[in-house]
Design a protein around this ligand. Structure first.
Ligand SMILES: Nc1nc2c(c(=O)[nH]1)N[C@H]1C(S)=C(S)[C@@H](COP(=O)(O)O)O[C@H]1N2
Ligand SMILES: [Mo]
Length: 326
C-alpha cells in the first residue's frame, strides 16, 4: 500500500470519481444553506471555489471568537486537520476517513437526549445548533498515539444543552453515541471496536465550560471525516474521548462501558486525562509530534499535564490517584 503524508495529498491525486462525488455533495450542501439564507448567487460561487479544495464543506458557520478559550500555539493547517484523522468507522489508516467519508449522509440529522433528564427529547440539527450562541475556540488536541494538533473549533459549551434538559439527581455520567451508517461507513466491517462508538464523561466533566459541543472547524461546518455534523471535543483528554457524529446523549447513573475500555481495558482508561507521567502500556506519553510542523529535525514537544489545561480542570480530580484512574 502507498503511504502518503497528508501534506502530499494534492487535488490532482484525488480520483475523478471522488472529485465528482465531493463536488456534488458540496453543491447540495452549499445550495441548501444558501437557499435558506436567500443567497443563491453566493452559493454558486462558493461551490465553484470549493472544487479545488474538496476537504471543505464550503458552508460557513458564523461564530464569535471567545478569547478565554484560545491557545497561543500556531494553528494546524486545515489540510492536515481534515486529512489526518482517526474515525475508525471509515477505516484505521490516517487518510481513510478523508478518502472514504465522502458518501456519509449528514442530512437529515437529529440527536436524542435521554436517560436521567426531566426533558428527554430528540432535537434536529438546526435547532441544536441554534440552542446557544456559537463560539470559535482554539484548542489543542492530543491523540493517545503521540501526535497533536491545534484546532479552531466552532460550537458552544455542552453545559448549555445539559442545563436545558434538566438532569435528575441520578445523572452521574453522560454517554455519547456515534451514528452507525451501515451503507456508508466502510470501516464497520473490521471489528476493531464494538460499534457503535461509545464514549462518556463524568457529569462534572461534561458540565465543564471547556467541553465543547462542536459543529464546525475553521469557520465552516465540520467535514465528514472530522465528525460531521456534530461531535464532542474535550481538550484536556486524549482524543478518543471526543466522539464524532453523535446521535445520542444519554444521562446515566453508572459509569458507562466505553468502546475503548471494552476493546482494551489495560490500555485505555475511563478518564484518559492527558498525562505525561502515565505511559501507555506500549509507549511513553511524555512527548508529542505536532502534525503539520514535523520535519526530520523538528524536536518533539513536551506533553503538558491535562494537555495544558491544568489550571482549569485539575481541581476536578483533587484527591484522585491519576495513575490508578488513568
Ligand atoms: N466515532 C468516532 N469518534 C472518534 C474516533 C473514532 O474512531 N470514531 N476517534 C477518536 C480519536 S482516537 C481522535 S484522536 C479524534 C480525532 O479527531 P479528528 O480526526 O477530528 O482530529 O477523534 C476521536 N473520535
Ligand atoms: Mo486518538
Amino acid at each position: 500500500m502507498l503511504i502518503r503524508k497528508p501534506s502530499d495529498v494534492l487535488p490532482s491525486d484525488i480520483t475523478p470519481e471522488a472529485v465528482y462525488r465531493d463536488r456534488r455533495r458540496l453543491m447540495l450542501q452549499a445550495g441548501l444553506a444558501a437557499s435558506a439564507l436567500g443567497m443563491s448567487g453566493w452559493a454558486g460561487r462558493r461551490a465553484f471555489a470549493a472544487e479545488a479544495a474538496p476537504r471543505t464543506t464550503g458552508v460557513k458557520l458564523a461564530a464569535t471568537r471567545n478569547a478565554n478559550y484560545v491557545v497561543m500555539d500556531k494553528v494546524t493547517p486545515f489540510k492536515d486537520i481534515s486529512s489526518y484523522n482517526n474515525f475508525y468507522e471509515f477505516g484505521t489508516d490516517k487518510t481513510d476517513p478523508f478518502d472514504n467519508a465522502g458518501r456519509f449522509k449528514t442530512t437529515p440529522w437529529s440527536v436524542t437526549i435521554d436517560g436521567e433528564v426531566a426533558k428527554p427529547q430528540t432535537i434536529g440539527l438546526d435547532d441544536l445548533r441554534r440552542l446557544a450562541p456559537l463560539e470559535e475556540r482554539i484548542y489543542r488536541l492530543r491523540c493517545v498515539e503521540g501526535w497533536s494538533m491545534v484546532i479552531p473549533w466552532t460550537g458552544y459549551s455542552l453545559r448549555e444543552l445539559i442545563r436545558r434538559v434538566e438532569p435528575t439527581g441520578n445523572a452521574k455520567f453522560v454517554e455519547f453515541t456515534t451514528v452507525v451508517q451501515q451503507d456508508t461507513m466502510t470501516g464497520l466491517r473490521t471489528r476493531v471496536l464494538d460499534w457503535p462508538y461509545v464514549e462518556a464523561l463524568r457529569m462534572d466533566e461534561a458540565m465543564h465550560p471547556l467541553t465543547l459541543l462542536t459543529f464546525g472547524v475553521y469557520g465552516e461546518t465540520l467535514p465528514n471525516q472530522n465528525g460531521a455534523p456534530v461531535r464532542i471535543v474535550v481538550p484536556w483528554k486524549y482524543g478518543f474521548k471526543s466522539g464524532k457524529s453523535l446521535v445520542r446523549i444519554r444521562f446515566v447513573e453508572k459509569q458507562p462501558v466505553t468502546s475503548w475500555i471494552k476493546a482494551a481495558p489495560q490500555e485505555y482508561g475511563f478518564y484518559a486525562n492527558v498525562n505525561p507521567d502515565v505511559p501507555h502500556p506500549r509507549w511513553s506519553q511524555a512527548t508529542e509530534r505536532r502534525i503539520g510542523e514535523d520535519g526530520l529535525f523538528t524536536p518533539k514537544r513536551k506533553t503538558l499535564p491535562f494537555n495544558g489545561y491544568a489550571d482549569q480542570v485539575a481541581s476536578l480530580y483533587a484527591g484522585m490517584d491519576l495513575k490508578r484512574y488513568y
